[in-house]
Design a protein around this ligand. Structure first.
Ligand SMILES: [Zn+2]
Length: 302
């Protein structure tokens, strides 16, 4: 469930999608929870009284209180959503076990069952999208922290004198390695060029320019790779993972970014903690968030 779209589906324990449905969230116009219920109803209608339906898993935007399944905080993209006791409401409505986590954490379950996390007990996921999301998996389990707020890798500072971040910190990874951050780094450079009218570019265009040898884009991507390398090296030192999985729109470029990143991390990390680590691309699959949301039911039920 995101700020613009809600996907729902019937998922098997292997992460296979038997049926899926999508509808616009219409945040700010209608009650978001009503839309979630509508999305669930739409798939249940396809399998009426399905005998083996085991539960409902939700991956949602916002910060989730994992113990209660309520929304601890959601930004202005989802007005009125903060404080919603989502699990309670859905349990009341559907009379099934309900599991609610944030949209990034559930992606780690998709990676664990279908993707680059397969066979690994210790791995980290970074989702480089509009922001930078993160998940830490240790001993095969997602690290939730005290209430579910753990894994905000995007708000780990990689430069204590750096760019201010909306979270209140300075120099957060998200300022350098998110799509938004990359576009801003490039557009600021373009704006500084004397006497040239510039058309704002997006992150995808920066990456394309970089691959085509553009000098300014190369400067920006050097900064992106250095910030990611610094963050990942610190994460290796703290968590000793076997794998780092990179997803999100920015990571779609794949090997050109990942190979540079491996060199950068190698340069920065303790050799003992770097040597066996694999840095890989996430599954590039539509609905992977929805699949992970469903997989929670098997992950957490007895
Ligand atoms: Zn931040």
């Amino acid at each position: 469930m995101g700020g613009t779209k809600i996907n729902s589906g019937i998922i098997t324990c292997q992460g296979e999608v038997l049926y899926s449905y999508s509808l616009p969230t219409l945040a700010g116009k209608v009650n978001v929870v009503d839309r979630v219920v509508e999305a669930i109803d739409a798939v249940l209608d396809k399998l009426p009284k399905h005998p083996t339906l085991k539960g409902i898993g939700v991956g949602t935007a916002g910060q989730v209180d994992w113990k209660t399944g309520s929304i601890r905080f959601a930004n202005d993209l989802l007005p009125g959503y903060t404080g919603t006791p989502l699990r309670e409401i859905l349990q009341e409505r559907f009379r099934l076990p309900i599991y609610v986590d944030n949209d990034v954490n559930v992606l780690a379950l998709t990676e664990k069952v279908l993707g680059s996390g397969q066979g690994a007990d210790h791995f980290l996921c970074l989702a480089l999208g509009t922001g930078v999301g993160g998940v830490v998996v240790t001993n095969g389990k997602i690290v939730h922290g005290a209430w579910g707020g753990a894994g905000e890798i995007g708000h780990m500072s990689v430069n204590y004198k750096g760019l201010p971040c909306i979270c209140g910190n300075i120099g957060c990874l998200e300022q350098y390695a998110s799509g938004t951050g990359i576009a801003k780094l490039m557009n600021d450079r373009l704006a500084d060029l004397p006497g040239v009218e510039h058309v704002p570019v997006n992150a995808k265009e920066v990456v394309d320019l970089w691959l085509n040898g553009d000098v300014l884009a190369a400067e920006v991507m050097d900064e992106v790779i250095a910030s990611l390398g610094s963050a990942i090296a610190s994460l290796l030192h703290i968590f000793n993972p076997e794998r780092i999985v990179l997803g999100g729109g920015v990571a779609e470029v794949g090997e050109p970014l990942i190979s540079r990143l491996r060199l950068e991390v190698k340069r920065r990390a303790m050799p003992s903690l770097f040597e066996d680590v694999r840095i890989e691309s996430a599954l590039q699959r539509t609905l992977s968030g929805m699949i992970g949301a469903g997989l929670q039911v098997w992950e957490y039920s007895e």
